[in-house]
Ligand binder design. Sequence first.
Ligand code: RIB
Length: 340
Amino acid sequence: GAERRSSSSILVAGSLNADTFLPISRLPSSGENLTLLSNVQPLVDVPGGKGCNQAIACAKLSTATQQSPRVAFLGQFGNDAVSEILKEALTSNNVDIKLCGKSKLHPSGRGYVMIVPNTGEVSAVISPGSNFYGWSAWGVSTTKQNKSRADDDDDLQQPSVLTDEQIEGMVSSFSLLQLQCEVPNLVNLRLARAAKKLDIPVILDVGGEDRRMDRELLQCCDYLIPNETELERLASHYDDEQLEDDITIQKAIDQIQPLIGKSLDVTTLLKNTRRLQKNGANNVLVTLGAHGSILVTKHSSILYQPSCPLPSGSSVVDETGAGDCYRAGFAVALLQQRQC
Ligand code: RIB
């Protein structure tokens, strides 16, 4: 394995979306209709999706550094014209798409991003399309009760399901696997399992669908990366945890809380990371937007990294994909560090 992986390479498996940006003066409240801002053009069919964003960011960061890891993307293109735009975005940034499939029956995933241009604040709704329904060759069944089997993508063309050995074969030439939650859980689980068997580190971004994760998936991932909302959402799927009367934790709370301020409760955050670790998670890296990030290692070390301040005179115009860039930066740095 180590010999085959001598050159560094990242496999990003996940979603691709064609994003539509809807500029509005503020995010709507429940039940409220808002009209688009008249002075900012809505943007349509912008390449996006967490997987696609992370793959391109990894490739850009890799080119910018001395050691240039190869970056490949594994996802499912839709059956529509916009999939060509997504393909072009990946290939023109040197992302290898040989492992990708194309859904015969489902359109590309779409992101509808409400954006407040004054603050850069965003909120999105996702239509998953082929990101969810294009994986029948991976054993994912999308057949619903009132849906005929013929509606299941590729079921008719793809009689056999990929074996574990075939998936291991796909993963084996890479030195790092990066996942998110905008594709079915089973796809992530099968890939993470294969990577774990081959001793390839796995990063799982919790961003995407709200879902409980099996202990096995959590155990297969070396780094689980939620933002603070995703951390809370994911932790709520598991039993509550008392923080042990641990001096390291108390010291960390005392040190980090004043740096972050009152808007985030570090005790709750650490309780939630513990909850995930009790349920199988290894290292948990929580991103906190402008507040920075906190890494809680599986050996209970707690590291706080503040965010870089904006250059003076500049302001945030669009937060879309900020988390994807952070995760890509982390992946590339982790890989480079492992190779030193
Ligand atoms: O992380 C940002 C991405 O999330 C957007 O590109 C959108 O498509 C959603 O998947």
